[in-house]
Design a binder for this molecule. Structure first.
Ligand SMILES: [Zn+2]
Length: 286
């Protein structure tokens, strides 16, 4: 019995093992299936497997995101360009509003075809240039007046020299550009005229110094010498005026030039001197 029982038990045990094994397999398979299902669901939820739709949406979104950027970039460039243009416009407007800001010159102003004469006075300054072809040579009338003045100055004890009078357009061009090379344009514009703008081209301007004191030619110090002072007091009697007095640079366009005299004729020179004004102020063209 015991053996049978044992045997029967053995048979029963085998069956139990088989059922148990099968159950385990079934459970495992089910568990794996559930696990796989859940895993699949998880993945789907994470990636949003309605994938086809969302991928398409993403593909749609990407171009949509890119386009605004591409559209934004050009606009963001455009304002920058517009800003630059605005700056240039401002600069142009400033130049238009302040035509004399360029060292007294009007930038881009072409030289005229005819010289400017106001109240019988032939003009040559930074506002009223001369034609490049205007070449009258030294004024004989002015030369004669200077010689008379020099003769009287000699009696007073000074030997006056007119070391620079008529200068052609071409010569002024060379002279001015040499000064620009040496001192820069901004400085050169204070004491040397650009070609076409020089009063020396009229043949009526005389740069005067004293013989034996050449080191003072073209210097302010000449104005402090006896000869320089004598000229300021007496030049009008011969038809000359000190053309670029001290403190009048804003009006004449030039720094004080103790040596530069302009022939106007005795009558006008005396009127300008007595009015104690510059030629520009006297003519009302400052
Ligand atoms: Zn001069």
């Amino acid at each position: 019995m015991k053996r049978t029982t044992t045997y029967g038990n053995k048979n029963n045990s085998k069956k139990k093992y088989i059922w148990f094994g099968a159950s385990v397999v079934v459970i495992l398979v089910a568990a794996i299936a559930v696990f796989m299902y859940l895993k699949q669901n998880n993945l789907n939820n994470q990636t949003g497997v309605p994938t086809p739709t969302e991928v398409v949406e993403e593909e749609k979104v990407e171009p949509n995101d890119t386009k605004p950027i591409e559209e934004n970039n050009p606009p963001s460039n455009t304002p920058a360009d517009e800003t630059d243009k605005t700056d240039i416009n401002d600069q142009e407007q400033q130049q238009e509003e302040q035509p004399t800001s360029n060292n007294g010159y009007i930038e881009g102003q072409p030289l005229p075809t005819e010289p400017t004469v106001i109240e019988g006075v032939l003009l040559a300054n930074k506002k009223y240039p001369l034609p490049s072809t205007f070449a009258p040579g030294e004024s004989k009338e002015a030369r004669k007046a200077f010689e008379q003045m020099a003769a009287d100055a000699r009696i007073a004890g000074f030997e006056l020299v007119a070391f620079s009078t008529y200068r052609s357009f071409e010569y002024q061009d060379t002279l001015y550009n040499n000064y620009v090379s040496r001192d820069g344009q901004e400085n050169a514009d204070r004491y040397s005229a650009r070609p076409g703008y020089s009063e020396h081209q009229t043949g009526l301007a005389f740069d005067i110094g004293e013989k034996g004191k050449e080191d003072l030619w073209l210097t302010e110090e000449f104005g402090e010498t006896e000869a320089g002072k004598w000229l300021v007091v007496n030049a009008n009697k011969y038809g000359f005026i000190l053309r670029y007095p001290q403190g009048k640079e804003a009006i004449t366009g030039y720094m004080y030039e103790s040596w530069h005299f302009r022939y106007l004729g005795v009558d006008l020179a005396t009127k300008v001197k007595q009015a104690n004004v510059t030629l520009e102020e006297y003519l009302g063209i400052q």
